[in-house]
Design a protein around this ligand. Structure first.
Ligand code: HEC
Length: 157
């Protein structure tokens, strides 16, 4: 009886370490990975780190917060950690839509405009050629420029 309990515990532990290992293993190996995984699993699961995607400023802010929570290590190591995280867990970039290739349906859903207006954009583009800037798109008659501004991070000429 005691033996089987032990066996279950051992199996559970093995599984746990496997799950943890798998995640960290998705990062490129090397001394910096060891530094990051060791430093950032002192107070919590390393999964906390893996769940985040940030740019360099974002990771700097996270790491500074950890320092304020009691993380102690050299400035040199902190810099290495931030660089490693920013490279390997980068901010997810939003795929921009090219306004010279977008279809009527894409204009309709992206700008939240009615179908006839999205068709009018296509006709305008066919007639006047490619939009050189987002401001050109705002010149389409009937299109509220605010609708373009609201989505300017998702659109590119
Ligand atoms: C001294 C202990 C300690 C160390 C070492 C540590 N953390 Fe944390 N971390 C915490 C605490 C405490 C929280 C929970 C903070 C909260 O809930 O506000 C946390 C939460 C987080 C979170 C969740 C989001 C957030 O901002 O609360 C992330 C991401 C994180 N840590 C990343 C890291 C990274 C990257 C490292 C290695 C550079 C690291 N941690 C090392 C204590 C630590």
């Amino acid at each position: 009886m005691r033996r089987s309990c032990l066996a279950v515990a051992v199996a559970a532990l093995a599984l746990l370490s496997q799950v943890r290992g798998l995640h960290a293993q998705q990062l490129p190996e090397g001394p910096t990975r060891d530094l990051v995984t060791n430093t950032c699993s002192r107070c919590h699961e390393f999964e906390r780190v893996l769940s985040q995607h940030q740019d360099k400023d974002g990771w700097t802010a996270v790491v500074n917060k950890m320092v304020s929570l009691g993380l102690q290590t050299s400035d040199d190591d902190l810099k290495k950690i931030v660089d490693y995280l920013a490279t390997n867990l980068p901010a997810e970039t939003i795929q921009k839509l090219n306004i010279n290739k977008m279809t009527a349906v894409q204009f309709e859903t992206t700008l939240a405009i009615p179908r006839p207006l999205s068709r009018a954009i296509i006709e305008y583009r066919d007639k006047n050629g490619d939009f050189k800037t987002l401001d050109d798109l705002k010149k389409v008659p009937g299109l509220d420029p605010a609708k373009v501004d609201a989505k300017k991070d998702r659109l590119t000429p």
